[in-house]
Design a binder for this molecule. Sequence first.
Ligand code: PLP
Length: 390
Amino acid sequence: MNEINVPLLDLRAQYRSIKDEVEEVILKIAESQMLVLGPEVEKLEKSLAEYSGAKYAVGVSSGTDALLMALMALDIKPGDEVIMPTYSFFATAGVVARMNAVPVFIDSNPISFNIKPDLISQAISDKTKAIIPVHLYGQCADMEPILQIAEAHNIAVIEDAAQAVGSQYKNGKTAGSMGLIGCFSFYPTKNLGGFGDSGMITTNEESIYIKLKQMRNHGMEPKYHHKFVGGNFRIDAIQAAVLNVKFKYLDKWHQSRRNNAALYDSLFIGEGLAARNGITQFDNNNKILLPKAAWKQYGYLNYHIYNQYIIRVQKRDGLRQFLADNNIGAEIYYPVPFHRQECFGYLNCNDSDFPAANRLAEETLALPIYSELNKEQIEYVVAKIKEFIA
Ligand SMILES: *Cc1c(COP(=O)(O)O)cnc(C)c1O
């Protein structure tokens, strides 16, 4: 076999495909020297609101700041409790702790990797102010029961849609439009990634929208008059300009990722390494547990945008090393769930309350899934995995 290289992500490949357009808008920003907020930001806000089906969108400095601002907009106080999955990127929990509020962790669904809704009710107390479902890896959390529980207890739902721009839930609703507030990240590794850090908040509530717009500029309205303490959560014009260019290609890139995922699925099944999706136990026909068809067994499918393609495998760390030795990038998301993080030791979580997340932390491996991958590269990845398992 020829030498094949398969990085986990190749941002330069995407850049090459839109280089001229991107360089043109960057030069325009350079000429205008309107570097923060401005017309490109307004254009991006309008596009994202429309795309996600929310009424309003506010461009901000990062996905993490979007989550922090959501909590600030809800006036989360020290000691308030906020429910979230234990298995996610750190920002989801970090922002809650930074507000001196209490993160309350929930175990995951081992098929979808998302929060397990039937465990939420028992975690609710009279201090619970919000639930943050995370649409992990680009697939929507099971929002229907989550929204029901939240409504019954009068609790706000903040969607962490950082990995899920354009993901759709089974009912066709889009990530960021289902809860009270939706939070997006445009970190370069997300499906819609800028030339640095930035993010976006969506909401259908006008009062929250107005508050967020003031908050991103120190709560200032009018100039040098401060109704409340906000921060500098502004987004750079250059980020918005680049994202406006990329936005046109987003659905095409999603579709390429989905095609790549389907090819992985069929190759793993064809090689006898996986029987079908939605299996949670390893056996001779299931050496690899595939992602995706989380809900197929219930008769419906989410529109998954595959920010990551995550398999579960035994001897995961050995496989990752073997792939690295064969020039294939693979990454572990996330090796340490929140309940095991040193910084949350003070919460005294009971490790045995999180059996699914603990298994995911040991078994999940992200394979290259980016849009520009070719068939030969995907076949090479599957062949090498087969070689390791044999
Ligand atoms: C990326 C990410 C964030 C944070 O976004 P940044 O723009 O990097 O601050 C939050 N939550 C999840 C699930 C993420 O993947």
